[in-house]
Design a protein around this ligand. Structure first.
Ligand code: AP5
Ligand code: MG
Ligand code: ZN
Length: 215
């Protein structure tokens, strides 16, 4: 079956980490709204400046901005044979908009994978995370070290800490997650396309569980 996938999960659940593996294994474009905003920020575009004012605080970027960004991205040629969405949709309005976009491009979502991780683990994941300045690949100071300290295995870029990976912004991000994103679990469960994986297991096991779902 054509793979059109959404990865759901709290901040630090492992969406980005597993997305990188899934998209390379199944040859799908990895569409991460968070990465797109951070890229716009690096390029100092208007979109980047606008997104920064929300991201730094841990708040969601306004729906109109995010939805039109995703709509444009999904209409590109490389999404014809499937795609993976990481960090979108994040509330009911975005989920409903995605459903409309899916109809327009004739690519409905057929897998929603919720990566479930208890809150006490999330904090450790977020504070220990380092990301590549150049390509955004995530690492962890304890669980996923790069081969060379401070250097990205994939592109050789320098590793840094994300600006929103501090306790204050994380608290807001978790709040946004519980209030806005968590209801999507029920939304997709009702549609019969929700799968849940235990994201507290080690990385290999989580990926094995995901592979079992995707077949
Ligand atoms: P976004 O970039 O999407 O951040 P997030 O949802 O907070 O999620 P994270 O990227 O922090 O976590 P992740 O699940 O990807 O975890 P990772 O794989 O890195 O969004 C950032 C901001 O952009 C938002 O706050 C908002 O402002 C804006 N935004 C984005 N999308 C939006 C939208 N749709 N609407 C509005 N605004 C939007 O893993 C975390 C760490 O844990 C890593 O160090 C990793 O190595 C480690 N790890 C992962 N899995 C395991 C494991 N199984 N065992 C051990 N360690 C693990
Ligand atoms: Mg991420
Ligand atoms: Zn890199």
């Amino acid at each position: 079956m054509l793979k059109t996938i959404i990865l759901l999960g709290a901040p630090g659940a492992g969406k980005g980490t597993n997305a990188k593996k899934i998209t390379s294994e199944y040859h799908l474009p990895h569409i991460s709204t968070g990465d797109m905003f951070r890229e716009a920020l690096r390029d100092e575009t208007e979109l980047g400046k606008l997104a920064k004012s929300y991201m730094d605080k841990g708040l969601l970027v306004p729906d109109e901005v995010t939805i039109s960004l995703v709509k444009e991205r999904l209409s590109k040629d490389d999404c014809k044979d499937g795609f993976l969405l990481d960090g979108f949709p994040r509330n009911l309005k975005q989920a409903e908009a995605l459903e409309e976009i899916g109809k327009e491009i004739n690519r409905p979502i057929n897998y929603v994978i919720d990566i479930n991780v208890p809150e006490e683990i999330l904090k450790d994941r977020i504070t220990g995370r380092r990301v590549c300045k150049k390509c955004g690949a995530p690492y962890h100071i304890k669980t996923l070290k790069p081969k060379v300290d401070g250097v990205c295995d994939i592109c050789g870029g320098e590793l840094m800490q994300r600006k929103d990976d501090n306790e204050e912004a994380l608290k807001v991000r978790l709040d946004e997650y519980h209030h806005q994103t968590e209801p999507l679990i029920n939304y997709y469960s009702k549609k019969g396309i929700l799968h849940t994986v235990d994201g507290s297991k080690d990385l290999k096991e989580v990926m094995a569980d995901i592979n079992a779902i995707l077949g």
